[in-house]
Design a protein. Structure first.
Length: 369
């Protein structure tokens, strides 16, 4: 195997793939990337057995085709440290990978190509095109609500629901819920609803890869896997084998009180109140009265914070407590100028939405303070 490639053409796919490769692996081969040189393309593959990513670069010249596996991060660090205009030669030499550029030479260790894990993805149930920006928004709008290392393993990821001409993503950690919708015009999504659970790492990695452009990605849902392909990469992830809770039952109904407020003003007030909230519970109390929202927080050191906010509200007096961190997360995720908060009383969760576009919905459960 021998090819010549520019630094930019090599570094870009390497950076994509190395994000999947874990720094500490129980299997040495998982620290390596698989490099395959064909007559007109260099493909680089990384995997941690749960997520697999393939990215491509275009060589300037190919002397011989072939494949090797070599330490991914070391190769990326070498490539990154070279001058921007560097031309790099990759060559298999005496069972090592020679990386040569100008007067610089590096020799990296190799592991057998046959030991590199091969991901089996047989068949597919649904395949449809989707703008990258839409898919990225579906993930970014709800990812903060995914659980982390919860014993209920099906919560350590996000639900993707496809069917009836739409795609929906849902995440919950048992204390809050986030939901986002997008209309999908593809004929392949007009059938009955299909649900999959994408693991947390897969969702985070996919969001990192996707761009905010209108470039199209091809989404494939198969038996036990999800695959997303673009012109730059092919991403695959195993699915969580479990049943996601019936999220419809978590969304409060019958809310008869509605508050409309400036999102940035609310966010800043929550942030300031959180400074003097309890480090353990992060509680803040909300007192609602006509046209006024009062925030109160205190801690075991007898310190207190109070914030008065003018809001659009005429629903009667209500006092309710929340984990202020959950409220800040929602305000950080929403991008609208105004938000709508719907509630019914101190014992029920609240629904938070953008006022101008209710494509996303957030539920935060109350807490006793």
């Amino acid at each position: 195997m021998e090819c010549t490639i520019s630094k930019e053409a090599l570094l870009q796919p390497l950076q994509l793939v190395t994000g999947v490769v874990e720094r500490r692996q129980t299997l040495p081969i998982l620290s390596n990337a698989l490099l395959v040189v064909t007559e007109d393309k260099l493909s680089i593959t990384g995997t941690d057995l749960e997520v697999e990513l393939v990215a491509w670069g275009t060589p300037q010249a190919v002397a011989t085709t072939g494949s090797v596996t070599t330490p991914a991060r070391k190769l990326m660090d070498i490539c990154r440290s070279l001058p921007d205009e560097a031309i790099i030669t990759l060559k298999l030499e005496e069972n090592r990978l020679l990386v040569k550029s100008g007067r610089s030479r590096y020799r990296l260790s190799l592991l057998p190509v046959d030991d590199f894990p091969k991901t089996e993805q047989k068949g597919s149930d649904i395949e449809f095109p989707l703008e990258q920006s839409v898919l990225k928004n579906l993930i970014d709008s709800i990812s903060f609500a995914m659980a982390q290392q919860d014993v209920r393993f099906y919560l350590n990821g996000l639900l993707m629901e496809v069917g009836e001409g739409r795609i929906r993503t849902v995440a919950t950690d048992g204390h809050r819920l986030a939901l986002c919708n997008a209309e999908v015009g593809a004929e392949q999504t007009s059938g009955p609803i299909t649900q999959i659970i994408i693991p947390r790492k897969g969702a985070v990695e996919l969001s990192r890869l996707l761009s905010d452009s209108q470039g199209v990605a091809t989404v494939t849902l198969g038996s036990g896997f999800v695959r997303v392909g673009t012109d730059d990469f092919l991403f695959s992830s195993k699915l969580v084998d479990g049943k996601f809770p019936d999220y419809q039952n978590v969304i409060p109904s019958g809310g008869d009180k509605e508050l409309i407020a400036d999102r940035q003003l609310l966010r800043d007030s929550f942030v300031r109140a959180s400074i003097l909230s309890s480090d353990k519970f992060h509680g803040v109390r909300l007192f609602l009265s006509e046209e006024l929202l009062k925030l109160k927080a205190n801690n075991p050191e007898q310190e207190e914070a109070e914030e008065d906010i003018e809001v659009d509200y005429n629903g009667g007096s209500v006092e309710i407590g929340f984990n202020v961190t959950y409220m800040i997360d929602v305000m950080n995720t929403l991008s609208s100028e105004k938000v709508r908060i719907t509630l019914s009383g101190p014992d029920n969760g609240v629904i938070i939405e953008r006022l101008d576009n209710p494509d996303a919905l957030y539920v935060v459960m109350p807490m006793k303070i």
